[in-house]
Design a protein. Structure first.
Length: 102
């Protein structure tokens, strides 16, 4: 199983580049948002938010990131002063990745 930090590095590879923007545009809904595409190509702002959240997580939270509760995710997001929805998408994506690989 990869660590939460390794997963963050994995999703960062197409952050704010032309290919990433193309992917994001393919997933936009009628309101112009593409939240789920964040896991394939996060914007620079989204990536910075996720880095802040991972940086303040305790070792236990990092170790068990694939099983954090909604309340834990909301608390981490509040402590990091980031969008809780983005953190929830990231953590859920990590959990799905861990379950798919194992």
């Amino acid at each position: 199983m990869i660590s939460i930090e390794q997963y963050l590095d994995k999703i960062a590879r197409f952050s704010d580049n032309e290919f990433g923007k193309l992917v994001r545009n393919q997933f936009k809904d009628i309101q112009g948002t593409s939240e789920l595409a964040m896991l394939a190509a996060p914007s620079a702002e989204e990536l910075e938010q996720l880095k802040k959240a991972v940086a303040i997580m305790t070792p236990a939270e990092k170790q068990n990131a694939d099983s954090l509760t909604d309340q834990q995710i909301q608390r981490i997001a509040a402590d990091a002063r980031i969008d809780p929805a983005n953190l929830a998408i990231f953590i859920n994506g990590y959990a799905l990745h861990c379950k798919r690989v194992s």
